[in-house]
Design a protein around this ligand. Sequence first.
Ligand code: NAP
Length: 481
Amino acid sequence: MISTLTKSIFINGEWREVDTNQTDTIYNPATLEPITEVAHGGAQETKEAIEAAANAFPMWSEMTGRKRSRVLYKASELMRKDAERLGEILTMEQGKPLKEAIGEVKGAAGFLLWYAEEASRGYGEWIPSSIKSKRMLVIPKPVGVVGAITPWNFPSSMITRKLGPALAAGCTVVLKPSPETPLSAIEIMKIFEKAGMPAGVVNLVTGDAEAIGKEMLGNKEVKAITFTGSTAVGKYLMRESADHVKKVALELGGHAPIIAFEDADLEKATTLALGSKFRNNGQTCICANRLYVHESIADEFTTLLKEKVEKLKVGSGLEKDTDLGPLINEQATNKVQSHLDDALSKGANIVCGGQKWDGDLQGHFYPPTIISNVTDDMVVMNQETFGPLFPIQTFTDEDAVIKKANDTDYGLAAYIFTENTSRTLRVAEKLDYGIVGVNDVFPAVPEAPFGGIKQSGNGKEGGHHGMDEFLEKKFVSIGIE
Ligand code: NAP
């Protein structure tokens, strides 16, 4: 147990508790043991945090990009140097294997580094005028105070993907992390503090999602909401942002298909499929939810994949050789079970896994599971499972499988495994997704735009594109003599 963190709320450069002394207990999902307690903040703390952010906005936004860059750069360095310790904290609260957690922290630091570099490049535009007596320019301006809400599946990188570009653009921020994983958020605030971030520029409120969210949505000072999480909550935030016409950037759920064509390199493709489905135990918005394999390679593909899956070691993320940690909570294991039960009741077969977890630990574990003989009416083929259940369906026709892949309201990521260049381009163009991975299942990098279309969201994180969510474009039209 870490000592109790009642002072987990960070407002205007100060660590605070709540007046009610109310706390939430944070549990280790691998052991179900309590790790620590954090303050249960609500509307009042959020209001104060917004006020602090609004007060800090003129100073931070008027600072040169170069100066903002230095703070972000230092934070990135501090984070990278402390990656092992931060990774352990992340594994303790979230469950993922330590090597994945350390990788996430380094990736999170990578986003701060990228946006430290972008902070100096807030270019505007000079528009050649059609009227001789006019000059026209476009000036990018930071939107103002940003409300950032993040999920538990990537407790570190989901924060820096938002705060990096927001801060680089000149915005100030109030962050609400997931109640399951606030410890990484607290550590990130401490890093900003050490890096010399001026008071009020970043603020953190842990606690009551509904109350914090309502204050963010109802407070006129908050000009933009940036959210990563479920589509249902994203829709609510979008609706409730209408009254003040806030800018809203949403990174929502997905239902990624993998299509393995007959010309795929089977060894490579099965390793990639394994990585896509089982990284973070299937709790990744872009992880494959369904696998379409060409009929002519299906038997060999399934056998190879099964062999690889059966070698995965399930256990506490803190054990060195663990490949698959626990799921985040009981609701998550129940969801996987319900998707499996539904598929089995409709005729699916278990290729491997599917039995109840029989390890020593008490946590929320679920064995990695593959099912075959899968049909389109099964829940797993239509809803996000967010767990280690992999359904395999076969196909014969390219156009038909593209149609199936696109037949969903989600549009975050899709993957194809092929060694054919014409097919790569033809299929990538036709897939209705914000991200298409071709023989690549890890497309989230700081330098490229990441985000969904359709009901998977409407913003981009990463690349220079990530800054757009936090900038207004002011048009200045000048009449001259
Ligand atoms: P979630 O239930 O939507 O929660 C996300 C965050 O929103 C949490 O901090 C949550 O706090 C908060 N929240 C919930 N209701 C709220 C409200 N009324 N007002 C303000 N905040 C509220 O999602 P999750 O289960 O944590 O995360 C998994 C989902 O995130 C999956 O669907 C996954 O696909 C998606 N995701 C998408 C991306 C992407 O880049 N597109 C990346 C990662 C994850 P509470 O838990 O306290 O309710």
